[in-house]
Design a protein around this ligand. Structure first.
Ligand code: NAP
Ligand code: GDD
Length: 383
């Protein structure tokens, strides 16, 4: 027999004489890469999962489409720029845990839309925290804030850990720095259980198509299948510490189960260049690249045919670029028992390339939206 009771701030499932407290989580940014993996994880752990979505004129919920209809999965309209919508949804759901993942998350786009980025990525965090207080949940609700390795920006130390000074180097990073500090402030001023995960880049087969890793794996698949001629990229020498998003959402959850609120660096502890990522992705589809030349003249050439498959386009250069991210996840490993190397760099690339090979294989000429995006990406029209 299954009976669900609404009681105070949580529900109780009575199942054949065993009583389990079911926690309620609210995820902002549930339609994003991380939101979709976190939803799956929390549902698996028995949570009642609520998420905020925005109205859009097109269907953008493909990452969570498979969860819609699940009895413990619920969606609500809210926007981080709209305090009233946040108060309404937080007051209605009364979550035990909030994962604030919503953001304008593209660094290059933040140079084109700096004010919107600040409104959502900086003030938006404040709106969530205040909504929790206004709803009387300050003493009970655990809050996770999606901070970022971009805070280290023009890096002052390599590798970076929780004590490395911040030096944000884009409108996105400056906005996220406000989010980071306001979380710390609310923790100290009001004793709230709120923490920031300083996450280094994490990727997956669900990564947005304009982030460099996904742009590369999609292009490698399309080029291998004769559906794209060339891939144009920006700074090939940029260094990142890339992990698998599915592993990283587990650490978000662990942070909220900790006995005290604290901030953690989440990274693999390994660093690679964009060029290396590109080399391995193409290798996985059977193309060995050789990089020749320097700077904007550098090219990735197919060793077997001599054809130029990768070129540099200054369209993808940023006014200021973060070029040396490398995280030290020792604290998360020791204090949370999290394994930073569950998925290796090569395994991550394999997961992404295999998924894109399958996706591209069923791409039909008539599927204009996706085909256009790939063409625009190739020609540097979409950043
Ligand atoms: P993502 O795929 O771009 O997802 C962003 C989410 O935020 C989407 O659900 C988006 O909704 C939502 N959103 C954007 N503006 C909003 C607004 N005004 N109100 C409400 N929701 C809004 O990002 P992600 O890769 O999953 O990253 C999740 C979070 O972690 C972000 O805060 C990001 O900045 C941060 N982060 C990411 C990484 C990484 O490597 N992935 C590393 C460090 C930190 P729509 O679908 O409606 O656009
Ligand atoms: N997007 C993109 N496109 N980046 C390129 C390209 C290109 O064609 N060519 C080179 N790059 C370089 C960028 O200049 C940057 O140095 C690096 O590749 C990574 O770029 P992105 O994949 O766009 O990610 P990001 O590091 O700027 O930002 C991501 O990671 C942050 C954590 O460090 C985002 O997910 C942020 O939301 C997140 O905070």
């Amino acid at each position: 027999m299954h009976t669900t009771l609404e009681a105070l701030n949580f529900s109780i499932i009575i199942q054949q004489d065993t009583y389990t407290i079911m926690k309620t989580a609210l995820i902002t940014g549930i339609t994003g890469q991380d939101g979709s993996f976190l939803s799956e994880l929390l549902i698996e752990k028995g949570y009642d999962v609520h998420g905020t979505i925005r109205r859009s004129s097109v269907d953008y919920r493909e990452r969570i489409a498979h969860l819609e209809g699940h009895p413990r999965f619920h969606l609500h309209y809210a926007d981080l720029g709209d305090s009233m919508s946040l108060v309404r949804v937080i007051g209605k759901v009364r979550p035990d845990e909030i994962y604030n993942l919503a953001a304008q998350s593209h660094v290059q786009v933040s140079f084109d839309s700096p004010e919107f980025t600040a409104n959502i990525d900086a003030t938006g965090v404040l709106r969530v925290l205040e909504a929790v207080r206004l709803c009387g949940l300050a003493d009970t609700c655990h809050i996770y804030q999606a901070s970022t390795s971009e805070l280290y920006g023009k890096v002052e130390e390599v590798p970076q850990n929780e004590n490395t000074p911040f030096h944000p180097y884009s409108p996105y990073a400056v906005a996220k720095l406000y989010g980071h500090w306001i979380v710390k402030e609310y923790r100290e001023a009001y004793g709230m259980f709120c923490c920031s995960g300083i996450l280094f880049n994490h990727e997956s087969e669900r990564r947005g198509e304009t982030f460099v890793t996904r742009k590369i794996t999609l292009a490698a698949a399309r080029i291998a299948q004769g559906k794209q001629e060339k891939l144009y990229l920006g700074n090939l020498s940029s260094l990142r510490d890339w992990g698998y998003a599915k592993d990283y959402v587990e650490c978000m959850w662990l942070m909220l189960q900790n006995d005290k609120p604290d901030d953690f660096v989440i990274a693999t502890g390994e660093q690679h260049s964009v060029r290396e990522f590109c080399y391995h992705a193409f290798k996985h589809v059977g193309i060995e690249l050789e990089f020749i030349g320097d700077g904007a003249d550098e090219k990735g050439v197919d060793k077997a045919t001599g054809k130029i498959l990768v070129e540099v386009s200054p369209d993808f250069y940023r006014p200021t670029d973060v070029v040396n991210l490398w995280g030290d996840p020792s604290k998360a490993r020791k204090q949370l028992g999290w394994n930073p190397q569950k998925t290796t760099f090569e395994q991550l690339i394999k997961i992404m390339v295999d998924a894109d090979m399958a996706k591209v294989a069923v791409e039909k000429a008539g599927e204009r939206v996706r085909t256009n995006l790939a063409e625009f990406l190739e020609r540097g029209i979409v950043k």
